[in-house]
Design a binder for this molecule. Structure first.
Ligand code: GLY
Length: 391
């Protein structure tokens, strides 16, 4: 199966280079998983951890690897990609059946790409069953009376109780899909209430966003915003703002609540207004031209996808065209400035210059699995007509 090519010119060689790297990485990693980010430009196997061998399926980023393989399969129809992605889907079936490392809201990132994608593309019943089981695990994190999904940690951990993060907006599509599959309104209700709470509290009055926001787990009252991966509690973490663009746009399509469309627009306008002149976002939007702070190219890749999604639902034609053009501009900037080919260097990442967690000095100015995934998703979106998102 391959998708029809559109008339967006100049991106074909970027698609070819990305697909060639995915092919080479499949040969290298086999059934195992690369680490979250590269080290000095190269992926190493995911490190061993207590109870997990080197290269095992743990953490929140492993599904971006099969997600990238599904995109490559859609682009080429070459079964080398499908076979690799199906082996990972089987491992995700095992992960949920064996209740391994499921205490996180990132079940949405994990099971949408690893299992909903193969369900959509091949009709795999095993993948569907596993994705529904993951959605049920995610529902355990929906807290009453706040009406929010707790992001991290064990539900009994007082440090984490009542805490959300903006990334969660890309986890809720798993619940939307579960609602579509089962008709169970509990999933749709959780998506609506969680997204509305974030639109009302995680987006600030100036249209920037908090990374993380806490609710009182007993009364449900909104308490305070803060950060974990951004520069300051009151600054704007670039990737969070990009998750907001894409996540609010997708959740608007589920709920039809205009507050969510407005939240996506506001995130987009702030993100675009705080880009430096070369168009590659700093890792926190508090930094501006002249700063030597690292960039986060992955946030631009996420934003490029989100802006296309926003353009498709924007009711004002001129704004829709502007969002689409801004998304394509971001993508072209990434192709021209943040790829191994553009820089003439060796790397097995598709996209360079991202930041995982600067405050903890993890994966700073490196490639990363989600950066690679959203970069290839953006290339698919802007070069192939009629692509249907996995989210
Ligand atoms: N979802 C975690 C991150 O964006 O780093």
């Amino acid at each position: 199966m391959t998708l029809a090519t559109t008339s967006v010119t100049g991106l074909d060689s970027a698609v070819d280079a990305a697909v060639a790297t995915v092919r080479a990485n499949i040969a290298r990693f086999g059934a195992t998983y690369p680490d979250d980010t590269t080290t000095d430009g190269w992926y190493r196997p995911r490190p061993a951890a207590p109870g997990f061998a080197e290269g095992a399926n743990r953490g929140w980023t492993t599904s971006f690897w099969p997600g990238t393989q599904w995109l490559a399969w859609e682009l080429t129809g070459d079964d080398v990609f499908r076979t690799a992605a199906e082996a990972h889907a089987a491992d995700f079936v095992r992960r949920v059946e064996q209740d391994e490392d499921l205490h996180t809201h990132d079940l949405g990132f994990l099971y949408t790409l690893a299992c909903v994608a193969p369900w959509r593309l091949t009709g795999s019943e095993e993948a569907r069953t596993a994705a529904l089981a993951a959605a049920d695990h995610l529902m355990l994190r929906f807290l009453e009376p706040a009406g929010i999904i707790q992001a991290w940690g064990d539900l009994s951990d007082p440090e984490q109780r009542g805490r959300t993060i903006i990334d969660s907006l890309m986890n809720t599509p798993l619940l939307t899909w579960a609602h579509e599959q089962t008709g169970d309104e509990r999933y749709a209700d959780a998506v609506r209430r969680h997204s509305e709470q974030l639109a009302r509290h995680i987006v600030r009055a100036d249209d920037s966003t908090f990374h993380t926001f806490y609710w009182d787990p007993v009364t449900g009252e909104p308490l305070r915003g803060g950060t974990e991966q951004g520069a300051f509690d009151d600054s704007c973490w670039a990737r969070g703002q990009a998750w907001g663009i894409y996540g609010f746009a997708v959740n608007f399509q589920t709920t039809q609540n205009p507050e969510l469309l407005d939240a996506s627009r506001r995130c987009a306008d702030y993100f675009l207004a705080h880009l430096p002149s070369d168009g590659v976002p700093y890792w926190d939007l508090v930094y501006t031209d002249g700063s030597d702070a690292p960039r986060d190219a992955s946030s631009a890749a996420i934003a490029a996808c989100g802006l296309q999604e926003l353009a498709a639902i924007e009711t004002d034609e001129a704004r829709a065209a502007a969002y689409l053009a801004a998304g394509e501009r971001l993508l072209r900037t990434l192709v021209e400035r943040c790829t191994p080919a553009a820089e003439g260097i060796g790397s097995d990442a598709l996209l360079l210059h991202s930041v995982y967690d600067a405050p903890k000095s993890i994966g700073v100015d490196e490639g990363c699995l989600w950066g690679d995934y959203f970069y290839l998703e953006a290339l698919v979106r802007y070069t192939r007509q009629g692509w249907v998102r996995y989210w």
